[in-house]
Structure formats: structure tokens, C-alpha cells
Design a protein around this ligand. Structure first.
Ligand SMILES: Cc1cc2nc3c(=O)[nH]c(=O)nc-3n(C[C@H](O)[C@H](O)[C@H](O)COP(=O)(O)OP(=O)(O)OC[C@H]3O[C@@H](n4cnc5c(N)ncnc54)[C@H](O)[C@@H]3O)c2cc1C
Length: 384
């Protein structure tokens, strides 16, 4: 984004993260993609910069901060390594921010300092084999037992689960109540009856880990519930509304990296005695990429600004995620195209970005679900 749209402090933050990404994340991105290992070095480096505490209250070890700052940081991390951005945003925006928003004073004191400093890894477990877009159809049950709960059920596609020390888990006490029967529980990774089965073979963001998480009579103390009984689904929707802005920013970061790789290649590759960038057909592609990239970023920053100002932002956050995820997919496709055959083979950056981009139209609410949210917000409002 041009400097004039960011404050001086925001620009400084952006440049700091960009420098870190250029020195640390970019050089390791292809290796992590190849090895499919959790990006520990990146995670620890970002923790040292204090970035894992963004949006978490300072009294719990965080660095405070706005949605705009989270978006700026999310974009710059994703520009360097989309796997790392997915890892960090699941840890921060889904797990730590959930506890920051809905945890008791005791939860915050117990869990946030270690999450904010990266000593512990967080995960968020909502999706099940039979409940993705239809999340309220969940089967994972929290039955009352000895003054606490016993968890039984299976979550799937849970980012960071293989490494996670702290899980925020949604479970239902009564399926017939659908959204009103769900509790938000904090479950520690070493709990009895919790098994993690790592899933491999992702198309992209391959260094970001995911797993199936199985609960078999897993005991959870009653005091680990966040909010009142049956309030977990409403809380989840609030957390997802906010984290959608960060995911839109992640998409902008992928799109930015694709754009840079395409422009750089077009300016240096010579064919027919000219640079690829000299052909008008390629220039039009680049012009469209630049326009789409700016539009995605502006939508993202608008939704972040609205949230920071305490104004309604749900429709705008879904628009940003819907548009920016398409931009990430289309710009990475154009980047491969501009590279020709080279773009089809690893370790070209464009090839990795092309694979990394697709998941953004699926996770944290598919593009179809974003359209449902946008339409509902329009149709339920008097002002449209
Ligand atoms: C890499 C990765 C990481 C993930 N990380 C996490 C995580 O950390 N925690 C977590 O809880 N989950 C996570 N997920 C799960 C993710 O959020 C779900 O995959 C997603 O919400 C879609 O659910 P589903 O896969 O069950 O698809 P389904 O719900 O089965 O959808 C199938 C298709 O139907 C479409 N569809 C659904 N409803 C409608 C409708 N009303 N109208 C039109 N079309 C519709 C969908 O858009 C999709 O195209 C992750 C997934 C992936 C792939």
C-alpha cells in the first residue's frame, strides 16, 4: 500500500516486518514447502519481534494493537511465506484472540503470556468430518461429568494441531439446540484422551501443519469453559468475523508476492529480441494484476479500519476475504503464466504461490459461505 494510506507508525511496522520477511522468511520458504516441516525458526523469530502478541492485552504479555496492525503484519508475513502466515494467524487470531476476547481473568493469566511470546502454540478446533460450512451440525459432545466435562468426538483439518499446547475447542451439550448448544472450551494438548493424527499431502501451504484431533472421554474442567453455557457458537462467529480480516490480508500478501515475481521476471526474460514486459499482452496482465492487488488491499484495510473504529464490519470483512482470496488465486495463476515453462516447476516462487493460494478460497469460510454472509447482511439491513 502506498505510504500515504498508512500512518507513520504503521509504515514503520510494515517495513520492519518486510525486512524480517526478506531476510528470514523468503529464503526459507521453498525449503519448508519441500520438507513440509512446521516452520519453527520463523515462528520463533516472529515471537522475538513481539508479533505473536499483537492484539493481546499488554498485561497478559501481548503488545496490544489494532486490526489494521494485524492486517499489515499478516500481509507481510504471507508475502514472505504463506505457510508461516497460516500458522501464525491460526495461533494468534483464532486461539489467542479467542481467549483474549472471551476468556476469564484466570484463563488470560494462565494461557496468554505463553501464547503471546510463542512459548506455546495455539490451535482452534471447530471443523469436523460432517460439519465444515455447516458448523452447527457438530457432533463432538461435551457431557457433564464430575463437575466438569467429558469430551468425545473428532475434529479435522485443525491447523497447528500436531504442535499445539493449547486448543480452543467447540463442543455441543445438546445437538438439538444447534448453535445454542455449543460450549467453547480450552483443552490442553497433553490432556488424557486427546489424540492427534497428522494429515499430510496438502496441495499448498505445506509447512503449515494440520491434523485430525480425536477426543475419547477427554476430561475438561468446568472452569475451562469460555463464556456462559451454550454461548460458544456466538463467540466463534465474533472471532471468525475478526480473523477474516487477517486472512484477507494473508491473501493480499500472496497476491503481492505473485505480482512482484511476475513483474521481475517479465523485466528480465528476453524472447524475440525483447523483454517479456515489452509485449502489450503482458503489460495488460500486469496492469490488471496491480489493480486487483490494490483493490484487495483497500477492501482489507477498510474492514480493519471499520472494526478498529467500532463500526459494523462483518459484510466488509467477508467482501475483503472473498475478493482477496480470488485475487491471490488469479494473480498467482498470472504469475505462473508470465514465467512460461519455468513457472510450472519448483522451486519457482510462482509455482509455490499458485499452490498456496487455493486454500484461501476454502478455509475460514469458503467463498460460497462469504457470499451467504454478504447477502444476509444486505438483505437483513434497511440500508443497502
Ligand atoms: C488447510 C486447511 C486448514 C484448516 N484449518 C482449520 C482450523 O484450524 N480449524 C478449523 O476448525 N477448521 C479448519 N479448516 C477447515 C475449513 O474451515 C473447512 O474446510 C471449510 O470451512 C469448509 O468446510 P468443508 O471442508 O467441510 O466443506 P463443505 O462444507 O463440505 O463444503 C463443500 C462445498 O459446498 C459449498 N457450500 C457449503 N454450503 C453452501 C451453501 N449454503 N451454498 C452453496 N455452496 C455451499 C462449499 O463452499 C464447498 O464448495 C481448515 C481447512 C483446510 C483445508
Amino acid at each position: 500500500m502506498s505510504g500515504y494510506l498508512l500512518s507513520e507508525g504503521e509504515l514503520l511496522l510494515k517495513n520492519t516486518v518486510r525486512d524480517f520477511a526478506d531476510k528470514e522468511l523468503v529464503p526459507r520458504a521453498a525449503g519448508y514447502d519441500e520438507s513440509q516441516e512446521f516452520p519453527w525458526e520463523n515462528f520463533k523469530g516472529l515471537a522475538e519481534l513481539g508479533l505473536l502478541g499483537l492484539g493481546i492485552d499488554e498485561k497478559y504479555g501481548g503488545s496490544g494493537g489494532t486490526s489494521r496492525q494485524v492486517a499489515i503484519v499478516g500481509e507481510e508475513i504471507a508475502r514472505g511465506c504463506a505457510s508461516t502466515a497460516t500458522t501464525v494467524l491460526a495461533h494468534l487470531c483464532l486461539c489467542a484472540h479467542f481467549i483474549n476476547m472471551y476468556g476469564t481473568e484466570g484463563h488470560k493469566q494462565q494461557f496468554l503470556p505463553d501464547l503471546a511470546t510463542g512459548k506455546k502454540v495455539g490451535a482452534f478446533a471447530l471443523t469436523e468430518p460432517g460439519a465444515g460450512s455447516d458448523a452447527a451440525n457438530m457432533q463432538t459432545a461435551s457431557k457433564r461429568s464430575n463437575g466438569g466435562y467429558l469430551l468425545n468426538g473428532t475434529k479435522t483439518f485443525i491447523t497447528n494441531a500436531p504442535e499445539a499446547d493449547v486448543f480452543v475447542v467447540m463442543a455441543t451439550q445438546d445437538r438439538s439446540l444447534r448453535t445454542r448448544g455449543v460450549d467453547a472450551l480450552i483443552v490442553e494438548g497433553d490432556s488424557k484422551g486427546l489424540t492427534v493424527n497428522t494429515l499430510k499431502g496438502k496441495m499448498g501451504i505445506r509447512a503449515s501443519s494440520i491434523a485430525e484431533v480425536v477426543f475419547e472421554d477427554c476430561p475438561v474442567p468446568e472452569e475451562n469453559r469460555m463464556g456462559g453455557e451454550g454461548e460458544g457458537f456466538r463467540e466463534t462467529m465474533q472471532v471468525l468475523n475478526a480473523s477474516r480480516i487477517a486472512i484477507a490480508a494473508l491473501c493480499v500478501g500472496i497476491a503481492q508476492a505473485a505480482y512482484e515475481s511476475a513483474v521481475n521476471y517479465a523485466k528480465q526474460r528476453e524472447i524475440f529480441g525483447k523483454h517479456v514486459a515489452d509485449f502489450q499482452g503482458i503489460q495488460w496482465m500486469i496492469a490488471d494484476m496491480a489493480t486487483q492487488l490494490d483493490a484487495a488491499r483497500l477492501l482489507t484495510m477498510r474492514s480493519a479500519t471499520l472494526r478498529d473504529e467500532g463500526q459494523p464490519f462483518i459484510k466488509e470483512a467477508s467482501m475483503a476475504k472473498l475478493y482477496a482470496s480470488r485475487a491471490a488465486v488469479e494473480l498467482s495463476d498470472r504469475a505462473v503464466q508470465i514465467h512460461g515453462g519455468v513457472g510450472y516447476l519448483a522451486p519457482t516462487t510462482a509455482e509455490r504461490l499458485y499452490r498456496d493460494a487455493k486454500v484461501t478460497e476454502i478455509y475460514e469460510g469458503t467463498s460460497e459461505v462469504q457470499r451467504l454472509i454478504i447477502a444476509r447482511q444486505i438483505l437483513e439491513s434497511d440500508v443497502f
